[in-house]
Design a protein around this ligand. Structure first.
Ligand code: HEC
Ligand code: HEC
Length: 339
């Protein structure tokens, strides 16, 4: 009898539980020293070869890939700013045409599971087609691009060598992706700390790191793992009314308004201004946004709430973010224009 009655209660509960997506408890903070670099994933249909990477590098820095012959990938992804565009809130493409978004860093972009601010592109090979053909970026028609590169003997030769065919939008994108997968940065003071150097971080950066990986600062739930991102679209309460609706532009769903992909924080001190629209000028401004708990927004992530950090704790967080800068990355000759 008794057992029967319990079953009546338990069975519906279990069924209810099965219907809902499981509510995962928030992951506990990791030990920062466990955040060691991972192996770069290479797609089987675009194996890396030195000749392909070299071709990709040449293309990346070459403004002849654009309609007016003045804009290269590197115009908006400049090595000295960790492959972001250095100071412009939104990017400027061919004929001075302005876009609407801030150029993200390409630091360790090989690991991104989603590309673009709302994550609309799944892989680098597809992503590159975007800027090559976008009206406000490089503005090229696929046939015009193929024709122009075929008319440059050194490219005609290099494409034949690497792909066994003449230049096309597709193989340009594949070569660019191969080069982008070499944009690897693992030599910041933070990385040296992870590798065992106890003196790599200043006392302020150490305090900031502790806050970053604590329930109080709560940064690590979105800026996850050694790449400092979960690659998930999130609403951080940047605005109450978002001029750019982010993920909702693709899905059309109300609950996706204002969702943008969590960016990596590697080399973040080099990539001002911040956020998808470049609306925050300094890291301190970004930290003040989080400390306030953002602006009221229906879709804001529950992790965004007033943090109650003191001025000096905010400074410590900034010091930690600055310790993610890798000076060797931006001066690595293998990643700069070839001579
Ligand atoms: C006119 C400036 C401009 C040019 C030129 C440009 N980009 Fe970008 N790039 C941007 C902006 C702005 C974004 C973000 C756009 C968005 O999210 O809608 C972006 C996003 C990206 C991303 C996604 C990064 C991420 O983490 O989501 C990659 C990869 C990238 N660009 C590579 C390239 C390559 C390769 C080229 C050359 C073929 C190039 N870009 C040319 C401005 C530019
Ligand atoms: C709910 C997830 C989430 C939490 C929690 C979070 N972030 Fe972010 N962070 C994001 C997203 C998403 C963006 C981009 C938002 C946008 O552009 O609209 C971002 C942007 C940033 C930027 C600007 C980076 C750039 O390239 O523009 C910095 C710096 C940053 N976060 C640091 C932190 C720190 C430090 C904390 C902890 C105090 C933190 N974040 C907590 C998701 C989060």
């Amino acid at each position: 009898m008794r057992v029967g009655r319990w079953l009546l209660v338990l069975v519906p509960l279990v069924l209810l539980g099965l219907e809902r997506p499981p509510v995962l408890p928030h992951a506990p903070a990791p030990d920062p020293r466990a955040l060691v670099p991972r192996v770069v994933p290479i797609p089987p249909d675009n194996p890396q070869t030195p000749a392909k990477v070299e071709l990709g590098r040449r293309l990346f820095y070459d403004p002849r890939l654009s309609l007016d012959g003045k804009v290269a990938c590197a115009s908006c992804h400049r090595p000295e700013f960790a492959f972001s565009d250095g100071g412009n809130p939104v990017s400027v493409g061919v004929f001075g045409r302005e876009g609407t978004r801030n150029a993200p860093t390409l630091t360790n972009v090989a690991f991104r599971r989603r590309l673009f601010w709302e994550g609309r592109s799944p892989r680098l090979e597809l992503q590159a087609v975007g800027p090559l053909t976008a009206h406000h970026e490089m503005g090229m028609e696929p046939e015009a691009l193929a024709r122009r590169l075929s008319s440059i003997p050194e490219y005609a030769r290099a494409f034949q060598e690497v792909f066994g065919e003449p230049p096309s939008l597709k193989n340009v994108a594949f070569a660019l992706a191969a080069f982008e997968r070499t944009l690897l940065s693992y030599n910041s003071p933070f990385d040296r700390f992870v590798a065992g150097d106890d003196r790599a971080l200043s006392p302020a950066a150490l305090r900031g790191m502790e806050l970053f990986f604590s329930e109080r600062g709560d940064c690590f739930h979105c800026h996850v793992g050694p790449e400092f991102t979960d690659d998930e679209p999130r609403n951080t309460g940047l605005y109450t009314v978002y001029p750019d609706v982010g993920l909702a532009r693709i899905t059309g769903r109300d609950e996706d308004v204002g969702k943008f992909k969590t960016p990596t924080l590697r080399n973040v001190a080099l990539t001002a201004p911040y956020m998808h629209d470049g609306s925050k000028k300094t890291l301190r401004e970004v930290m003040e946004h989080y400390n306030r708990g953002g602006e009221p927004n229906l879709n804001a992530d529950p992790l965004i709430r007033p943090l109650g950090l003191s001025e000096s704790e905010v400074d410590d967080l900034v010091a930690f973010l600055e310790s993610l800068t890798d000076a060797q990355f931006i001066s690595n000759p293998a990643l700069l224009p070839s001579r």
